[in-house]
Design a protein around this ligand. Structure first.
Ligand code: GLY
Length: 254
């Protein structure tokens, strides 16, 4: 059974953190409608949706991915790189305790889940404005005993590692090679984003379904051409908050 932890779009979303984008008005009702459709797509893909308590006063709280990394053996509760986001983690930990033993990332480490890409037993960790070398060190110390290899990667020009690359299969990634060095993933099947769709590398694989953002049809077509079972999801409003598809859930195998 798969459980997808999600959290409602907060009333304060218009005050979200922004790193690479200018602030543009967010239609909160449309954002909520799109978020419901995202949850429905996860449900159709086989997930039970478990909603975390709403946190209207925390502007980025819909982006639950950044608060936790859940593996079969353990869950890591992060220490988000943006100070405004640190109060998001206790409510996530309270729920994840039902499913896993927890390990907490501690100061001076910072680590966002959006910087952590797991492909099988390999874990790639973005070194970004949100994840520092101590975050990488603490995550490595937590995961190596379980047999994971952990590798630091430096994305450029984007918020998180998973803005630049995500997995669409056990050995395939969709990647924007302008934002991360493609040689890091040599030996895997690489599908590059369409050049007109720089933010299209963030896809969300759930079992045999891959969710792609509706704003990036050309990259989705590349995936379909490779035999990938693609479901399109419109996430345009939360994209204005620098949130993408993986950002809005934490998937737990229960
Ligand atoms: N607004 C998404 C983030 O900065 O974490």
């Amino acid at each position: 059974m798969l459980v997808a932890l999600t959290r409602a779009v907060p009333q304060s979303i218009s005050r979200c953190e922004l790193t690479h984008l200018d602030r543009n008005p967010i239609d909160i009702e449309l954002a909520r409608t799109q978020h419901h459709a995202y949850e429905a797509a996860l449900s159709d893909a086989g997930c039970r949706i478990e909603r975390l308590p709403a946190a209207d006063e925390l502007p980025d709280s819909v982006f639950v991915e950044d608060t936790a990394i859940v593996l079969d053996e353990v869950a890591i509760i992060t220490r988000p790189g943006a100070e405004s986001r640190r109060p998001e983690t206790p409510s996530v930990a309270a729920v994840l305790r039902k499913y896993r033993e927890l390990i907490f990332i501690e100061s001076p480490a910072i680590l966002d889940g959006g910087d952590v890409l797991r492909i099988g037993r390999k874990v790639f960790v973005g070194q970004s404005t949100r994840t520092n070398a101590e975050g990488f060190r603490q995550l490595s110390a937590a995961l190596i005993p379980f047999g994971y290899s952990v590798q630091a990667v430096t994305p450029r020009g984007c918020l998180h590692l998973k803005s630049a690359v995500t997995a669409f299969s056990d050995d395939g990634v969709v990647i924007n090679p302008e934002w991360v060095d493609a040689s890091t993933f040599k030996g895997m099947q690489l599908i590059t984003v369409d050049p007109s769709e720089s933010s299209a590398a963030n896809v969300l694989r759930v079992r045999d379904v891959v969710l792609c953002a509706a704003s990036f049809p050309r990259t989705a077509q590349r995936l379909r051409g490779a035999g990938v079972n693609v479901t399109m999801v419109d996430a345009s409003e939360l994209a204005k908050a620098e949130g993408a598809l993986t950002c809005c859930s934490v998937i737990v195998v229960s």
